[in-house]
Design a protein around this ligand. Structure first.
Ligand code: NDP
Ligand code: MG
Ligand code: MG
Length: 338
């Protein structure tokens, strides 16, 4: 069974008595920095000149370069896009590390797949919220927390675990659940979740449903609401009450359709494919492809992104959401990585 910790199990002191640098001020960065600061931590932000710099300053932080932030801080949380981390680490962070410092991540990719190889005399841990950064901030501001995983890869100081736990509490995760894992488990399950279920599985399911309805002559607007918009309402019920609770709210007709049609959509073949996807993650094949894609300036990523954004469901959706400002307002700035 997993070890789960809550606020009352953890003292913040292991993080409040340290200087923290948050390098990057995007989806995760702004949330970690603001939540930690409100929990009494001494936080500075490390960035390149650009739009995040002024955003962090406007939010009341002192902003400096990744080099200076690393020199100043005891705990350096690296919240850059995964694909930019190795370069920034090698050129700006690593030369400024010293024994006893800690480097930290919100996802284990670069350590697990050896894109970053840290020196032996620093602590290395991760605190990985299981939710988009904008919700890590919004849920915290509303008094809640997003559950997080933590893991220690290297404990040079003998305190890495306490620091990781205190950091997790500092960003609000102890209000939900702080679960202990390894870099391997976090990396592989996170990649699998976003590919097979949360992002890849869900968007493919939505598009296949939309295409089936529109190809049969139904109106695209009706198909959009049926296959995309309403999904949020169903997912809210799943989040609050689990599958049983969701099924309690839908009609018995819908529930009978759920039982009988669902297994025809996600079949044994789908599960076999999921297993292949997991194996490609475990073997490093997926990581290798993504690293190469970035080294060649993302030819496939860019082409696929364009094609996806031109899909009819997106064109219809943009028009419909313009008429629903309440939807847009609520989700403002929520775009980020899984
Ligand atoms: P974002 O893309 O949202 O933010 C990146 C930040 O890094 C921006 O502030 C950007 O600033 C800055 N940046 C980019 N390149 C450089 C550079 N070369 N030098 C200095 N600053 C730079 O990243 P995420 O928050 O999505 O991801 C951060 C980490 O968190 C990743 O490891 C990811 O896997 C993990 N994670 C993310 C989740 C999410 O919800 N997004 C969920 C869980 C984990 P600028 O404005 O200058 O571009
Ligand atoms: Mg994730
Ligand atoms: Mg992820």
């Amino acid at each position: 069974m997993v070890n789960i910790y809550y606020d009352q199990d953890i003292s913040l002191q292991a993080i409040t008595d340290k200087k923290v640098a948050v390098v990057g001020y995007g989806s995760q960065g702004h949330a970690h920095a603001q939540n930690l600061k409100e929990n009494g931590c001494d936080v500075r932000i490390g960035l390149r000149p650009g739009k995040s710099w002024s955003k962090a300053e406007n939010d009341g932080f002192r902003v400096t370069t990744p080099e200076e932030a690393t020199q100043e801080a005891d705990v350096i949380m690296i919240l850059l896009p995964d694909e930019s981390q190795p370069n920034v680490y090698t050129q700006q962070i690593k030369p400024n590390l010293a024994p006893g410092k800690a480097i930290a991540f919100a996802h284990g990719f670069n350590i697990h797949f050896s894109q970053i190889v840290p020196p032996e005399d620093v602590d290395v841990f991760l605190v990985a919220p299981k939710g988009p950064g904008h919700l890590v901030r919004r849920v915290f501001a509303d008094g809640g927390g997003v559950p997080s995983l933590f893991a220690v890869y290297q404990d040079a100081s003998g305190n890495a675990r306490d620091i990781a736990l205190a950091y997790s509490k500092g960003i609000g995760a102890g209000r939900a659940a702080i679960m202990e894992t390894s870099f391997q488990e976090e990396t592989e399950t996170d990649l699998f979740g976003e590919q097979a279920v949360l992002c890849g599985g869900t968007t493919s399911l939505i598009k296949a449903g939309f295409e089936t309805l529109t190809e049969a002559g139904y109106q695209p607007e009706v198909a959009y609401f049926e296959c995309l918009h309403e999904l949020k309402l169903i997912v809210d019920l799943l989040y609050e009450e689990g599958i049983e609770g969701m099924r309690y709210s839908i009609s018995d007709t819908a529930q009978w359709g759920d039982f009988t049609a669902g297994p025809r959509i996600i079949t044994e073949d789908t599960k076999q494919e999921m297993k292949k996807i997991l194996e490609e993650i475990q073997s490093g094949q997926f990581a290798k492809g993504w690293v190469l894609e970035n080294q060649t300036n993302r030819p496939m990523f860019n082409a696929l992104n364009q094609k996806e954004n031109d899909h009819q469901i997106e064109e219809v959706g943009r028009k419909l959401r313009e008429k629903m400002p309440f939807v847009k307002q609520k989700n403002k700035g929520m775009v980020g990585n899984a």
